[in-house]
Design a protein around this ligand. Structure first.
Ligand SMILES: [Zn+2]
Length: 353
């Protein structure tokens, strides 16, 4: 790991750690961490989440070391369905396009929270001074570090960490990116009320931002039209769970999946409240169309005209289910409820100056 990045701080005591040697540790408090591939692992535990099953991910890291990450990723593996293949392989370069919404400069220090395979990290690295990325799944963090190294993105540094032990200095970053990640905070944390865990995670991220620093956060909308039409919630796999109050969703999940419901998502209003509770000032909300995974258009949630323009001129209607969704979306726009039923939300918020 590069030692020239000054944004690291020991998660136990806050000291700037040196990462030299095989067993990096903190000179002040003695906290010690292991290495995995090219990253320091601050998590201290085994955990995994990803589009790709863990065993295949380990194999992917090995192949990326041997053949280069691009070939390894393009080589195909069983874990990715057609949609994820499009998002994570074929069009992955566009995943970070949301950066155009922000007044990024070459001076910016950016934090990619839950970097996964690193598409967004790599995109941000083209426009920022320093990019710090982390993921609680060490195999994914290792892949992200590998690709950054192979692409000579010398301004990227990657760690295995989760948001609650994130090893960074407070007040260091100009922007934090939380794309499709906050919904998993409580799953990784284990205990605690899921909404409170999410709020605490956001508050932790806020503390890492400079005063006036930006948060870009993307997440599904619990009242999304797609879920109204019966699409299962991608986090729990349950139909209609996102509409239920948390306690009811929990009972439903325990009955059907035999595990608690710890992946709540929010309405635009609920998300704004959560961010405000964490200390943020909410700036703008968008529908990242067609989805935040691979946004092409950002429609301001309150703009009925943008929504109609998108529906009539751009949205694809090549199946009955899409026709039904189109009809529903038109009706929502007619009622001025387009923001309420947008499938996903992209939020830009700031730490108070
Ligand atoms: Zn320490």
């Amino acid at each position: 790991m590069e030692t020239s990045f000054h944004g690291y701080a020991c998660p136990s005591c806050g000291e700037s750690p040196g990462f030299s040697g095989d067993s990096p540790s903190c000179a002040r408090c003695g906290a010690a961490w292991s290495r995995y591939g090219g990253v320091v692992d601050f998590t201290g535990k085994e955990q995994y989440w990803g589009e790709i099953p863990r065993s295949e991910m380990e194999e992917l890291v090995r192949r990326a070391e041997r053949d280069g990450w691009r070939r390894a990723l393009a080589g195909g593996y069983g874990g990715l369905d057609a949609y994820n293949r499009k998002v994570y392989v074929d069009k992955e370069k566009r995943r970070g396009d949301f950066k155009r919404l922000l007044p990024m400069t070459r001076e910016w220090r950016v934090l990619d929270v839950g970097c996964g395979l690193g598409s967004i990290t790599a995109s941000l690295a083209l426009d920022a001074a320093e990019v710090y990325a982390f993921d609680p799944a060490r195999e994914r963090a290792a892949f992200c570090a590998l690709r950054a190294g192979q692409d000579r993105l010398d301004n990227v540094t990657v760690a295995a960490a989760d948001v609650f032990n994130a090893p960074y200095r407070g007040g260091y970053f100009d922007m934090a990116v939380v794309c499709g990640v906050m919904e998993w905070f409580a799953e990784f944390r284990g205990g605690g009320d899921p909404r409170e865990v999410q709020r605490d995670g956001l508050a932790r991220i806020l503390s890492l931002l400079k005063p006036g620093g930006y948060l870009y956060l993307a997440i599904e909308n619990r009242f999304g039209l797609n879920y109204l039409l019966g699409h299962p919630d991608p986090h729990s796999g349950l139909r209609f769970a996102t509409f239920l109050p948390l306690a009811a969703a929990n009972i439903y999940s325990k009955l059907v999946r035999r595990r608690p419901y710890r992946v709540p998502i929010h309405s635009p209003r609920g998300l704004s409240r959560l961010a405000a509770d964490a200390g943020f000032i909410v700036d703008r909300l968008y529908y990242p169309a067609p989805h935040y995974h691979l946004p092409v258009y950002f429609l301001p949630l309150e703009s009925r005209d943008s929504w109609r323009f998108f529906l009539d001129g751009i949205a694809i209607r090549n199946s009955i289910s899409k026709e039904i969704a189109h009809f529903g979306a038109r009706a929502a726009a007619f009622l001025g409820m387009q923001g309420t039923v947008a499938p996903a939300i992209a939020m830009i918020a700031r730490r108070p100056a």
